[in-house]
Write a protein that binds this ligand. Structure first.
Ligand code: GLU
Length: 505
């Protein structure tokens, strides 16, 4: 077992957009694969045609492309273990169903849904298992000829796993330790349905993990109840020696209150629960995504990595390379992880600061353009360098810095009351004259000359700067004054001063 190459898989069912919990599962698989020099497989578990949703496969792939989570093989990537879509592996599953039937480890059952409902109504807590199966319509209770006749007659049937009662089933989980159960509590799960000639999740999942030589099954807590059944299936096939190790990750919990994180929490508190925006093909309803909401993929990855694991020190900012180095599956928490979306916003803020000004300016440029403003890259980069520390999202840079591009059309009333004094118009006119006389309009020179003028006139620095800001920005916000006038330039600075004097008097 130890000398096997690490191979893990992410195996979603294409039933809709990928939930953020699924993204974390994939990320942990990816980190684990990379740190062990292993392979990461993308398998599509699409055997339940009733739940198939158009576009889900492409959505999932696009999500991982955006996040920078890379697969080594699988659907759309190729590889030596394909096909990787379960719907294309029917013949393989049929072969393994037959193996179980021939070994008397599975049986054929004809009970209709109505018959099963009737039983459930008759018997309290009815379970299809060793205690009831002989009273049902199946190949264990019926003569072989009758079974064959029904099959030949085209009757629909299922294949059920024949679970022997009273067996000890041990699930060895990397995160949760050893869980032992008695096989008597399990029911004879359906493994295959003749109606669509497809296996159920359980059979396909085990057969594929085996054939694809998966070494570790890292998945969400919701699959923990299936694990004993999976162990028994490995046993039934005689594959115990190469059975993958299990690691069931903790649940993602609501940001506040109790219970599992849901889409409603996101809607209520204003954060997405999907990586990309999703348009429901049936209803047309749109759900927000992290990408479209302005989150950086690095921030999402960093945040998710720390939901249920931490490196044991106080370091929080970690890029993928560092995460690959430090991630430790054995130290993942089995307690649920509260989805602190405010922390994710904090990460976004930190990653904007960490990015180069040029890069953020490039991301900001289309936003500026969408407001009908054109500005050269160097100026935009300068503005970004002054403003990026003040925002959580790149698009917020517009609100924070639009005064660089557009002269104020009105002046904030409160600020006017507080900052525009009876003599402000006179002083701003003097300031305009001084600035007009400057040949060197650099930030440094403006600062030097203006301060000297204030001193010589014995004006108050605060008073001048407040009125100056109101004239240039229209309100009380923004960086250092000369970082504003220096960037918008002499002509624009003078025009704005003149207008403020005219309007505010
Ligand atoms: N198809 C399952 C899912 O949608 C896979 C669970 C597993 O990883 O075994 O998550």
């Amino acid at each position: 077992m130890n000398d096997r190459k690490v191979r893990v898989r992410f195996a979603p069912s294409p039933t809709g957009p990928l939930h953020i919990g699924g993204v974390r599962t994939a990320l942990y698989n990816y980190l684990f694969a990379k740190q062990n020099g292993g392979d990461f497989i993308f398998r599509l578990e699409d055997t339940d045609s009733n739940r198939f949703v158009e576009g889900a496969e492409e959505y999932i792939l696009e999500s991982f492309r955006w996040l920078g989570i890379k697969f080594d093989e699988g659907v759309s990537f190729g590889g030596n273990y394909g096909p990787y879509r379960q719907s294309e592996r029917r013949e393989i599953y049929k072969k393994y169903v037959k193996i179980l039937l021939d070994a008397d480890k599975a049986y054929i059952a004809f009970d209709t849904p109505e018959e099963l409902d009737k039983k459930r109504a008759e018997i309290e807590n009815f379970q299809y298992d060793a205690s009831t199966r002989l009273s049902m319509r199946n190949s264990l209770s019926m003569p072989a000829e009758e079974v064959q006749a029904l099959i030949d007659g085209g009757h629909k049937y299922v294949v059920r796993f024949k679970i022997e009662p009273g067996e000890k089933v041990v699930v060895n989980d990397i995160i949760r330790g050893v869980v032992t159960i008695d096989s008597s509590i399990l029911d004879d799960k359906v493994l295959y349905k003749s109606a669509d000639e497809l296996p159920t999740y359980h059979l396909a999942n085990i057969v594929d993990d085996h054939l694809m030589e998966v070494t570790h099954v890292i998945r969400g807590e919701e699959w923990l109840p299936s694990a004993p059944l999976h162990v028994l299936l490995y046993r039934a096939f005689g594959w115990e020696d190469t059975m993958p190790a299990f690691a069931h990750l903790s649940l993602l919990l609501k940001p506040e209150g109790n219970g599992k994180l849901s889409k409603r929490d996101g809607d209520k508190l204003g954060f997405p629960v999907f990586p990309l925006e999703w348009k429901d093909p049936a209803t047309g309803a749109i759900s927000s995504g992290y990408r479209e909401s302005g989150y950086l993929p690095e921030a999402v990855v960093n945040f998710l990595a720390l939901l249920g694991w931490n490196p044991g020190d106080d370091v929080e900012m970690m890029d993928v390379e560092e995460l690959i180095k430090k991630f430790d599956l054995t130290h993942c928490s089995k307690a649920g992880a509260r989805f602190d979306y405010k922390k994710m916003i904090w990460f976004n803020h930190e990653y904007i600061i960490k990015k180069s000004d040029e890069e953020v300016a490039e991301m900001f440029a289309p936003v500026v353009e969408s407001h009908g403003v054109s500005v050269d890259a160097a100026t935009l980069t300068k503005i970004v360098s002054l403003m990026k520390g003040r925002v959580n999202f790149v698009h917020e840079l517009w609100e924070a810095s639009n005064f660089y591009f557009i002269a104020p059309e009105s002046y904030d009333e409160k600020t006017v009351k507080k900052r525009w004094k009876a003599d402000s118009a006179v002083k701003m006119t003097e300031l305009a004259a001084l600035l007009e006389s400057l040949d060197d309009f650099s930030i440094e020179n403006q600062e030097k000359e203006v301060k000297a003028w204030i001193e010589s006139k014995e004006y108050s620095l605060g008073e001048i700067m407040n009125a100056f800001r109101l004239a240039l920005v229209g309100e009380g916000k923004g960086p250092q004054m000369f970082d504003i006038s220096g960037i918008i330039g002499k002509e624009e600075t003078l025009a704005r001063l003149k207008k403020a004097v005219e309007v505010l008097g």
